[in-house]
Design a protein around this ligand. Structure first.
Ligand SMILES: [Zn+2]
Ligand SMILES: [Zn+2]
Length: 341
């Protein structure tokens, strides 16, 4: 197939476009959902809020102080910091040679570890448990430590780097935490616990609305989500343009090919017609035995076989005779039209 490359590129582009479009729609809806959401402090008002709701469920934002249920997690870098979610990341910084021959900085995540303990949002005697916080779409954590350890390259590393196109610069280890006692807003589905009475939970909404755990204000959160919407909109536009461009190129090439094929077919038909006419003329003039094709015994001899030089077959028969001359059995290297007048 002629268009395999283009069709493959078009397919890839379509996949990327679909992913970006999905993200764009998701974030657009997320911004809308969060703009409409009410923010409440943890307190008895949440119970009254749920009492009026069918199914005892409601999508709301709840503000409160983070308190672990049980022992909190301890920071591994700062012993006085405790929290309920801990994210440890090790990133490798390398300088890699690009396909264009330049060297560019790249970061690769080697490992990410999450540690979580159950926690609640609390105020006075009231609390709401946050279920499965890692499923949150927005999860803001404080950076507790960020450490970069540069690699000291040896001569072997330099040589190795030259051949492989990758030079190591160093390792960055980051620790982030959701601190104990910090005031945060959790936007999610508020419902009363099925197991414990008088106990409220906040979790990922089943209807696809975003689940956010953040210390930011709602306006800042909306701005953040809005920025993501813009990024995906730009990506969608880019992929769309590339897709249209590729589609145009493929359509143009297809149309051109079709036209070339049509012209070639027209040419072939006109040649065939003139050959038929020529034959008819020859046949009309009563062919002698030595002028008739030795294979079909009908048409005139029209083809010269080389290198032996025998003119013994017609054009139709020559299509199926490619190896040896039917007269002298010499290997055929070339065939050409012969005009006997
Ligand atoms: Zn023939
Ligand atoms: Zn021959």
């Amino acid at each position: 197939m002629d268009y395999l490359g283009e069709v493959f590129a078009l397919g890839m582009d379509a996949v990327i476009f679909a992913v970006c479009l999905r993200q764009y729609v998701y974030y657009k809806n997320a911004v809308k959902a969060i703009k409409d959401v009410e923010i409440h402090e943890v307190g008895p008002n949440l119970d009254t809020l749920l009492a009026n709701e069918p199914g005892n469920k409601r999508y709301v934002g709840v503000r409160g102080v983070v308190r672990p249920l049980g022992e909190p997690l301890k920071s591994i870098n700062k012993s006085d910091v405790t929290g309920v979610i801990q994210k440890l990341t090790i990133q490798e910084h390398v300088v890699a040679r690009t396909s264009a021959g330049f060297w560019s900085d790249e970061q690769r995540i080697i490992q990410t570890i999450y540690n979580v303990v159950p926690f609640v949002l609390q105020k006075d005697w009231y609390s709401v448990e946050v279920i499965d916080p890692l499923s949150a779409d927005v999860l803001n954590l404080d950076v507790i430590s960020d450490h970069f350890e540069p690699t000291v390259p040896t001569l072997v590393d330099h040589i190795w780097g030259f051949f492989t196109g990758i030079r190591q610069r160093g390792l960055q280890s980051t620790e982030k935490m959701l601190r104990e006692d910090s005031v945060i807003t959790v936007v999610g589905e508020l419902s009363s616990s099925e197991t414990k009475s008088n106990f409220l939970t906040l979790q990922l909404p089943l209807n696809g609305s975003p689940f956010c755990i953040t210390s930011m204000s709602v306006t800042a959160l909306i701005r953040k989500l809005d920025n993501r919407t813009k990024v995906y909109r730009i990506l969608c536009l880019m992929c769309g343009t590339v897709g249209l461009l590729f589609g145009g190129i493929v359509a143009r090439r297809y149309w051109k090919n079709k036209q070339e094929q049509r012209l070639a077919e027209e040419l072939r038909q006109s040649l065939e017609a003139s050959r038929q006419e020529r034959r008819q003329r020859v046949r009309d003039s009563d062919l002698r035995e030595d002028q008739i094709c030795v294979v079909c015994k009908t048409n005139a001899r029209e083809i010269i076989l080389l290198p032996c030089g025998h003119v013994c077959i017609c054009e139709d028969c020559s299509a199926s005779i490619n190896n040896n001359c039917p007269i002298c059995r010499t290997q055929i290297t070339q065939k050409a039209a012969a005009y006997i007048v």
